[in-house]
Structure formats: structure tokens, C-alpha cells
Ligand binder design. Structure first.
Ligand code: UDP
Length: 484
């Protein structure tokens, strides 16, 4: 059947891993596809769907696209489970036990594929949920894998078997061991240490379930029709060259948030939804924007550790002293459920915060980073936060928590991109204080210059003719050519 005789436009089923950052970036992809006239079914976990409905403008905004629809699936966890990073294994186990068979049943029974709006012609699924590849093969629908991590981290995942073969993994014991080079990750031999490998590699036992999971899932990506990465060619050229020797179709179409903004700005204003871009699962506290308005230009350090990091009270107090002692104003996001342990907060910290600090539960981060008063970002180095910071020209202090973040922070720091400082594996108050001063004062101009150069490259990549722009067009053509 040729394209013209098809009764409906192509329909893509987008299926994210059910956590905030994956939902956010895959919703951006969904919107980009809708702008290109492709119909999209977005498969959300029941839990996230409820939160998105309550706290974001996503439902109303996406309803504007006639071919868009949400569908839901249980994630297998009870409603009151915190779904935080310290309990991520429980989420993976629940997905395997509950979501996986439910997804298969939905696809095999065509419940997601044969409604009045047309059959699913392509699946774009989170590459961390490789069971989707088995199901796609069973029902005969092409599947594209979407990885929300950086290309460099994906490549490090890919090299885990080589790291094991070379005897570089598992860990050998003490802390000094962590500074050995991770030389089996080709292209990164000169700067990547064991300490900088994805946190899943921090194991003394090769049967560790986390290590096994990322190794297997990453290798399985080669069975997908193509791979989407939220990055741009100019940023991660070396890793991408290596990945492309194993996976022939790699669509680098990021930074997705900037790409979506560019494509939307090319549309007639009347054809676009006029509402918040928020895809938040928590209520955004917008009062911080007025607080930022009251601060001097480039004076504020913005602090956020993303959507699933959990810090201990001891760590929080060290950060807090460091921030207060730096003498700089700070805006700090402390999510519900993100601090573990009980310790009295010293009164002097609360008092000092009244003068110079502002603490909130959740913010519109892209807007915060774009605010002229923000001079730098103390981040956990999640990949979305890293890209958002680059595009907004904000240098970073990196305190990676887990997963891909250890790799990202190595790239941000002095070893590679030089757009910030890597504070990996420590957060004592003296280090925090010194790094905040270095970022916002002592070395401010140097960091601002390098992040400005990188932001220019990012923006160029998503403009007409840029690498990500062209790659998205190629991907759209590919999707349009898939006919079930
Ligand atoms: N974010 C937000 N408001 C906040 C904190 C974070 O909107 O107060 C968003 C942020 O813009 C980013 C995502 O949450 O898009 C976090 O993703 P990232 O990959 O950085 O980290 P993760 O949550 O996966 O650890």
C-alpha cells in the first residue's frame, strides 16, 4: 500500500520509562512528531498520568494536536510508593512483573493498535525497557529505541563487556582503585576513570542485577530499527562515531527542548497551543520567578538534583553550609521525598536562608535556567538538566548521584568540555563553598565563554540546516515510510 492510499497518517506509539525526566523528553519528541503531521499515542503509567493531569498543562496543550492521544498502563507499584532513585530496583521489578505482560497483551490484542484513529505503524520505546523489542517483533511493528542518556554514557554502557574482559571491572576494593583509567572505553581512554563510569559499574560482583540490566538492555538496542539520542552531533562526536559502527541508524535530534522551541517558532502562532510548556509531575512553585527578579544579574546559584535523587540529611546540611558560606544567593529545589534520615537543621542555616536563599519544592526549571539572575547551576548532572543548562548558557557544578550522571559530570568538568566543575563523590561544605565562588566569581568569565560557545553549537544544530534538524527530518521520513 503506498502512502496516498493509507486511510490515516502514520501513528507512533511512544512508551517512556515511567519517571519524570523520561516522560518529559519523550513528550517533547511526541510534540515534534505531531508538528510533522504524525499521529501519536503516548503510553503513560497510570500513576504518572494522574500526576501529569493534576500538575501540568500537558493534557490541554497536547489536546490541541488532533492526532494525539494518551493511553495508560499500570507500573505495578502501589500508589504511595515514592518511586525514587534509592528504590529504583523495585520499579524495575514491578515493570517486569506487571507492565511487561500488560504491554504485550495490549499489543497482541491490538487494543493500542486498531482504534478509529488508525493503527500503530511504529513504536518508539524507552531503550531501558527492552521487553518492548520482543513485543514489537512478535506483532511485526518496527521499533525505534529512545535512550534518554548522553551518547557518551550509552557508549560506556556498550563497552561494559570490554571493561570486564580487560579486567577493569569489577571494582578491586579501596577508593584509590577508583582513579584507575577506564581504558576499555574507546575514545575516552585519556580522561575517563573508573570513578567516571556509569554508577551501575560501581560493583564488586559481576552478577549485580543493575550491571546486568544495563549491559543486556544496551546490547539489545542493536535489534531495534534505529536509535534516538537526545544529543547533537557536535557535542559528542567521538562517542557517536563509535556507536555508529555498531548501530547504523542513530538519530541525534537534541537538545529536544530547544528543538521543539525552534520548530514551534516556525509555525503560525494561531496554529499552536498557547499555554505552559510544563510536563511536570509536581506542582511548579512559580513564586521563585519573582524572587529571581529581585536578584542581581548572574548572581544566583540554582540548586536542583532532579526528579529521583535522594540525599541524606547529613549531605543536605553540608550543601547548605557551603551555599550559605559562599555568600551567594541561592535558589534550591527540595522535592517531597528527596531527603532521607533525621537530623535537626541548625537554626543558623534557616536564619541565613531568610537573607539570601529561597527553597521550593519544584520549579519550572527551563524558565529558571533562562533567567538572567541565575549565574550557575549546582546539579546532579542528569542529562536533561545538563542540556538545559548548556542551552541557557549556565556553567555547572556537578554532584552526580547515580546512573549516567557520573559520566556526564566528567564531560562537563575540566577533562573535556570545561563548562563547569566536577564535585563527584564529595559534598563537604568547604568544597561546596569554594566551587560556588569559583563558578560565580573567580573563574566566571572563563566558564561563561566556554558554555556560550557550546550553547551556540546547540542552537545551530536545531535550526534549519543544522545536524539535529536534518536528522529529525530524516527520522520523520523513515517513520512515514513504515506501513504495517
Ligand atoms: N525539573 C523541573 N523542575 C525542577 C527540577 C527538575 O522541571 O524543580 C525537570 C528538569 O527541567 C529536567 C528534569 O526535571 O527536565 C530532570 O531530568 P534529569 O535528566 O536532569 O534528571 P533525573 O530526574 O532523570 O534524575
Amino acid at each position: 500500500m503506498d502512502q496516498k492510499s493509507q486511510p490515516h497518517p502514520p501513528r507512533v506509539l511512544i512508551f517512556p520509562f515511567p519517571v519524570q525526566s523520561h516522560v518529559n523528553s519523550m513528550l517533547k519528541l511526541a510534540e515534534l512528531l505531531c508538528l510533522a503531521g504524525i499521529h501519536v499515542t503516548f503510553l503513560n503509567s497510570d500513576h504518572n498520568h494522574r500526576l501529569l493531569l493534576r500538575h501540568s498543562g500537558a493534557h490541554a496543550r497536547l489536546a490541541h494536536y488532533p492526532g494525539f492521544q494518551f493511553a495508560t498502563i499500570p507500573d505495578g507499584l502501589p500508589a504511595d510508593h515514592p518511586r525514587t532513585g534509592d528504590r529504583i530496583k523495585e520499579l524495575f521489578d514491578a515493570l517486569s512483573a506487571v507492565m511487561r505482560p500488560r504491554f504485550r497483551e495490549m499489543m497482541v490484542s491490538s487494543r493500542l493498535g486498531s482504534d478509529t484513529k488508525g493503527a500503530v505503524t511504529c513504536i518508539i520505546a524507552d531503550g531501558i525497557m527492552c521487553f518492548t523489542i520482543d513485543v514489537a517483533e512478535e506483532v511485526g511493528i518496527p521499533i525505534i529505541s529512545f535512550r534518554t542518556v548522553s551518547a557518551s554514557c550509552f557508549w560506556a554502557f556498550f563497552c561494559i563487556p570490554k571493561l570486564i574482559e580487560a579486567g577493569e571491572l569489577p571494582l578491586r576494593g579501596d577508593d584509590d582503585d577508583m582513579d584507575r583509567p577506564a581504558s576499555a572505553v574507546s575514545g575516552m581512554e585519556s580522561f575517563l576513570r573508573i570513578r567516571d563510569l556509569p554508577a551501575f559499574c560501581r560493583v564488586h560482583d559481576l552478577t549485580d542485577p543493575g550491571l546486568q540490566l544495563v549491559t543486556t538492555e544496551t546490547q539489545l538496542t542493536t535489534r531495534a530499527h534505529a536509535l534516538i539520542l537526545n544529543t547533537f552531533d557536535e557535542l559528542e562526536e567521538s562517542a557517536l562515531t563509535h556507536i555508529r559502527t555498531h548501530i547504523s541508524k542513530v538519530y541525534t535530534i537534541g537538545p529536544l527542548h530547544a528543538h521543539l522551541a525552534t520548530r514551534q517558532s516556525a509555525e503560525p502562532a494561531s496554529s499552536l497551543p498557547d499555554m505552559t510548556r510544563s510536563n511536570s509531575l509536581w506542582e511548579e512553585d512559580r513564586s521563585c520567578m519573582a524572587w529571581l527578579d529581585s536578584q542581581p544579574i548572574k548572581s544566583v546559584i540554582y540548586v536542583s538534583f532532579g526528579s529521583i535523587t535522594v540525599v541524606t540529611t547529613d549531605q543536605m546540611i553540608e550543601f547548605w553550609y557551603g551555599l550559605v558560606n559562599s555568600g551567594k544567593p541561592f535558589l534550591w529545589v527540595i522535592r517531597p521525598n528527596s531527603v532521607a534520615g533525621e537530623r535537626q537543621i541548625p537554626t543558623e542555616l534557616s536564619e541565613a536562608t531568610k537573607k539570601r536563599g529561597y527553597m521550593v519544592g519544584w520549579v519550572p526549571q527551563e524558565e529558571v535556567l533562562a533567567h538572567p539572575s541565575v549565574g550557575g547551576f549546582l546539579t546532579h548532572s542528569g542529562w536533561n538538566s545538563t542540556l538545559e543548562s548548556i542551552v541557557s548558557e549556565k556553567p555547572m557544578i556537578c554532584w552526580p548521584y547515580f546512573a549516567d550522571q557520573q559520566v556526564n559530570s566528567r564531560f562537563v568538568g575540566e577533562a573535556v568540555w570545561r563548562i563547569g566543575l566536577d564535585m563527584k563523590d564529595t559534598c563537604d561544605r568547604l568544597t561546596v563553598e569554594k566551587m560556588v565562588r569559583d563558578l560565580l566569581e573567580v573563574r566566571r568569565d572563563e566558564f561563561l565563554r566556554s558554555v556560550h560557545r557550546m550553547a551556540e553549537l546547540a542552537k545551530k544544530s536545531v535550526r534549519e540546516g543544522g545536524s539535529s534538524y536534518r536528522n529529525l527530518d530524516r527520522m520523520i521520513e523513515d517513520i512515514k515510510s513504515m506501513i504495517c
